[in-house]
Design a protein around this ligand. Structure first.
Ligand SMILES: Cc1ncc(COP(=O)(O)O)c(C=O)c1O
Length: 385
């Protein structure tokens, strides 16, 4: 297929990566001028910025006043493992996974912490029946499976009077999906996901019951300093006011503050959800119009509006993995879509980030290019046969 047949329009921003995700459309390095660079994070200016990041996170996400929000090391992984290492082991745990990251938490529970764990897994594209879990145990799950494009449809089945804690990795859901705070005892995310911030720092959100667990239970294993949330059996409250355990990047903090300001400018959480839904609807229209591509998530009720995963369904494709890779490579070479190959452990296909920092006009411009790359690759396959 010749270049003459390429679509006329190109996405203005070809960044559709599922993490780090596209920065807000208004981003420029100039917006970081106010960063407290070269200053101590313990100085008044540094502390104020860290506290502002916590306060505005609460405001935008609608986190209840009696929940703690902390900025912790090591991105979402740090936040989630910190919760696992400090709270689990008090009772058995239900480990729930339907894609790669959830599977990683299962490994942590079973092979590292060696917990009394009931493991519930579903194939890529499907979800575990959340109603079938024992909520008298602790439950660890991922709200939005970034590598399968499957999300929990709602928290309705989680009982309000559960005895165990729910630990939720919400990194590709926060700021794009409604999270039922009353059903979540621990929620974690990274700045690098839906708001297009920088990696390295994780957000740890704790319900009063999670704090109660921290103050009443001491795990039998040693905890490194960066996991320690209590001192002398009491929560270290300073962490939840911005007195971080170790040194944060004040540049990343400033960047997150700018992302939050942008989030507020588009209508806060509601506006962000609407943007992600609109982006996903553009992909859904495209899928509906073409019989050679489909969502990896089988049931529309569990389809993600952030990490949208697609599979090629054309039976004439010989080698699905090679085909999908070649399509992604073609799009990258054309400069119209970066980083949209499926995750390395996921079934072959494409993954298009539809979170709120991506513009619907860019998703619209991308769709004809996917059609073009698919046809170009079919041609290449025919020529090679
Ligand atoms: C669901 C989920 N959990 C955890 C992670 C790890 O996040 P981080 O690299 O920010 O620690 C990711 C990253 O893509 C993710 O999608």
């Amino acid at each position: 297929m010749s270049d003459a047949q390429t679509p006329a329009a190109r996405p203005a921003n070809p960044r559709f990566s599922s993490g780090p995700c596209a920065k807000p459309p208004v981003f420029s390095l100039d917006t970081l001028q106010d960063a407290a660079l070269g200053r101590s994070h313990r100085a008044a200016i540094g502390k104020a910025k860290l506290k502002q990041a916590i306060d505005e996170t609460r405001e935008v996400l609608g986190v209840p006043e009696d929940y703690r929000i902390g900025i912790v090391p090591a991105s979402d992984t740090g936040a989630f493992e910190m919760a696992m290492w400090t709270m689990l082991g008090e009772r058995p745990v239900e480990m729930v996974a339907w894609e790669s990251f959830g599977a990683g938490w299962v490994t942590d529970a079973v092979k590292q912490l060696m917990l009394d764990a009931n493991v519930h897994e579903a194939e890529y594209g499907q979800i575990v029946d959340m109603a079938a879990l024992n909520y008298d145990n602790d439950v660890c799950f991922t709200w939005n499976g970034t590598t399968s494009g499957v999300r929990v449809p709602s928290g309705d089945v989680i009982p309000a009077d559960r005895k165990g804690l729910t630990l939720c990795d919400a990194t590709s859901a926060a700021f794009a999906q409604d999270l039922p705070w009353d059903k979540l005892d621990v929620a974690t995310f990274s700045w690098q996901k839906v708001l297009g911030g920088e990696a390295a720092h994780g957000m740890l959100i704790l319900s009063p019951r999670a704090v109660e667990r921290l103050e009443s239970y001491t795990p039998p294993w040693p905890l490194p300093k960066i996991f320690r949330l209590t001192k002398g059996g009491k929560l270290i409250e300073g962490i939840f006011r911005g007195e971080t355990i170790n040194t944060p990047s004040m540049l990343a903090v400033e960047d997150y503050l700018q992302a939050l300001a942008w989030a507020k400018s588009v209508g806060g959480l509601k506006g962000l959800i609407a943007r992600a839904d609109r982006n996903t609807a553009v992909v859904a229209d495209f899928v509906a119009r073409n019989d050679w591509i489909d969502f990896l998530a089988e049931d529309p009720a569990i389809r993600s509006n952030t990490s949208v995963c697609l599979k090629f369904t054309d039976p004439s494709i010989h080698d699905g993995a090679a085909f999908a890779k070649a399509v992604a490579k073609r799009l990258e070479a054309e400069g119209v879509a970066f980083d949209i190959g499926a995750y390395r452990d996921a079934p072959p296909g494409l993954r298009i980030w539809c979170g709120g920092t991506v513009e619907a006009s860019d998703i619209e411009a991308l769709m004809p290019w996917i059609d073009w790359a698919y046809r170009a690759e079919l041609d290449a396959q025919a020529r090679a046969a």
